[in-house]
Design a protein around this ligand. Structure first.
Ligand code: FEO
Length: 392
């Protein structure tokens, strides 16, 4: 494989992983993913930016077979999908220095046992001259680890952002198309960056001063439409929630399902967008994406033995980890003779700083009076959503 030219002296060494189906042993990957290294050739020095997941190291080394010399390996992030092949790169290019920040150095020494003497430390804003190519290092901590940084290649206005602006998308296309990349980007943002929204907001402000022509992330295609990319990140991380409710449910004998269907139709009649998610066939990525812009989360659960259904428990725990920006939460569901399903769910979501709207738990098959309670909940949600400034 030959490195793919982005612009003069700047090359993509994208390692596609088309058949990877799960990331972090958690998030399904319907479109695979990629691990992107980049090569920047100056008139005097050559830098490799990041590496690849070691499972796919042979693809990276296929790209490098014609590259005689690497002077610097810039490590933006110590997570192994980008750093895992650095020890192999150092075997092939023993004179190369690993350029990174002190925190990333510490992590690389811990996780990969790279010796301390191989490193050159850089601070936020430091530069490295390659000869006609100037690398400026930009700290971007908590995207989603504390050590992450990016690199701005001044002469070519190319910003290498590591996980930031990445997408879970394996593709042979060098550049992204907006309609293709939107969902894989959202899936990636939702899984790892949503809990760090305030950091993302700061980073967007920090990057505003850069004149950017290309955004080259470490997953998925290169972006040459930085405004579109920054705008969707602002929507996800900075803007308020949309006029949207997520109703995530599981049903055993149909009673909870009746409540869910009533709520969904009543919300829609009142102008609230609804994403209805059946937890029976759970795609964690789909749940995470739905939570990115929802104003309300409703968990629908029957009672199993004495508590909420385990699949509803799992979804609530996942939502709590992801810290979505929802303003309102509720629980609806059913029971046979008793139980504490509402208390189970409520105890699982302390990170979601939302108003709890009165739950509706019914005994057995819902009666008309029970369904009236659902109608009242729909009225309340629609009323609360009138303050949402962003439509769905
Ligand atoms: Fe793609 Fe945080 O590694």
């Amino acid at each position: 494989m030959e490195p793919v030219k982005i612009t003069e002296g700047v090359y993509s060494l994208r390692v596609n992983h088309f058949n990877r189906r799960l990331f972090d042993s958690l998030i399904p990957l319907p479109e695979g993913t990629s691990y992107n290294a980049y090569l920047v050739k100056g008139s005097e020095k050559t830098a490799l930016l990041d590496s690849a997941d070691p499972e796919k190291a042979e693809v990276l080394f296929d790209y490098l077979k014609g590259v005689e010399k690497i002077d610097y390996v810039v490590a933006h992030h110590a997570e192994q999908d980008h750093s895992g092949s650095i020890p192999l790169v150092l075997e092939k290019y023993p004179a190369a220095r690993v350029v990174t920040n002190p925190k990333c150095k510490e992590f690389l020494m811990t996780h990969l046992h790279i010796p301390a003497e191989k490193f050159t430390e850089v601070k936020d804003g430091d530069t490295l001259q390659l000869g006609g190519k100037t690398l400026e290092f930009v700290y971007l901590p908590w995207v989603h680890w504390p050590e992450t940084m990016g690199t701005y290649l001044r002469e070519d206005k190319c910003l290498f952002t590591c996980d930031f602006f990445g997408s879970h998308l394996a593709t042979g296309e060098l550049f992204s198309e907006e309609h293709v990349v939107y969902e894989p980007m959202k899936r990636y943002y939702a899984e790892i960056m949503m809990p760090f929204r305030s950091n993302i907001k700061s980073h967007l402000e920090k990057l505003a001063k850069y004149d950017i022509k290309f955004i080259a992330p470490s997953h998925g295609p290169v972006h040459r439409n930085p405004k579109f990319i920054m705008d969707i990140y602002r929507d996800w991380a900075v803007s308020g929630p949309h006029n949207k409710a997520v109703v995530a449910y599981i049903s055993m004998h149909g009673s909870t399902y009746m409540l869910v269907n009533r709520l969904v139709s009543r919300l829609q009649e009142r102008g609230v967008c609804v994403e209805k998610l059946n937890l029976d066939q759970l795609d964690e990525g789909r749940v995470a994406m739905a939570l990115v812009d929802a104003a309300t989360i409703v968990i629908g659960t029957p009672t199993v033995l004495t508590a909420a259904h385990p699949k509803a428990v799992y979804a609530a725990h996942l939502a709590n980890l992801l810290r979505p920006k929802a303003k309102f939460v509720s629980v609806i569901g059913s029971f046979g003779w008793g139980g504490r399903a509402v208390e189970t769910i409520a105890g699982l979501i302390p990170n979601i700083k939302a108003e709890v709207l009165k739950p509706v738990m019914v005994k057995g098959r819902p009666t008309e009076a029970d369904l009236k309670q659902i109608d009242d909940l729909a009225d309340l949600i629609a009323e609360r959503h009138r303050t949402m400034s962003v439509p769905c």
